[in-house]
Ligand binder design. Structure first.
Ligand code: FES
Length: 199
């Protein structure tokens, strides 16, 4: 069964799907060609948009040394800060990074992303009874806690929300200990939502 050209402007004979007019054939061929050309143009464009994101995630996911395990004291959160730098389109881009390290034992560490889960503000560790400014005059808990000054977000040592608007606990990061040294794999998460979603 082959194609049979018809001159009657698109009329298809009953029972003959292979009977199409020249105009229909040209129309289908033009549409098909257009789709192929669009795909060829879009593929490298999408690749160029996605590739930097993938590369960024890959780079951030590398293990970062935070210090020797004896550099941290049990029950006393310590902030560790550094700056990342990478060449992007011929320009060196830098970004500040910070994590809070909580040591429970020599082989039991928790590392939090230092951004508040509400709207990404930086929070700090406050001792029980320590006086400090609050955004809304919120009452502070009767124990040591993490405090976010933007909207009085309060978290306990384990990252659980004690007060304020944060929708979820502090975001934990992967941890490993190798040869007496502590490492984390830095990543960021979407703020303002109850779920922990990596970005
Ligand atoms: S950003 Fe931390 S409480 Fe709003």
């Amino acid at each position: 069964m082959g194609l049979e050209w018809k001159k009657d402007k698109g009329k298809v004979e009953p029972g003959g799907l292979n009977h199409i007019s020249r105009r229909q054939f040209l129309s289908y061929a033009t549409l098909g060609l257009g789709a192929i050309i669009s795909a060829l143009i879009a593929t490298p464009l999408v690749g160029s948009l996605v590739s930097p994101l993938v590369q960024k995630k890959k780079a951030e996911a590398e293990w970062r040394e935070l210090g020797k395990i004896e550099d941290f004291k049990a029950g006393k959160p310590k902030i560790v800060q550094w700056t990342t730098a990478k060449l992007e389109g011929g320009v060196m881009e830098t970004a500040p990074r910070a994590v809070w390290v909580i040591k429970k034992d020599d082989d039991d560490f928790t590392v939090f992303n230092s951004r508040c889960t509400h709207l990404n503000c930086a929070y700090s560790w406050k001792l029980k009874g320590e006086s400090h400014q609050t955004a809304y005059g919120s009452a502070m808990p009767d124990k040591d806690h993490f405090f976010c000054p933007c909207h009085d977000g309060i978290f306990d040592l384990d990252g659980a929300v004690l007060g304020g608007p944060p929708p979820r606990p502090l975001d934990t990061l992967p941890v490993k200990i190798d040869d007496g040294r502590l490492f984390t794999s830095y990543r960021d998460f979407r703020a303002g939502i109850p779920e922990k979603v990596e970005i």
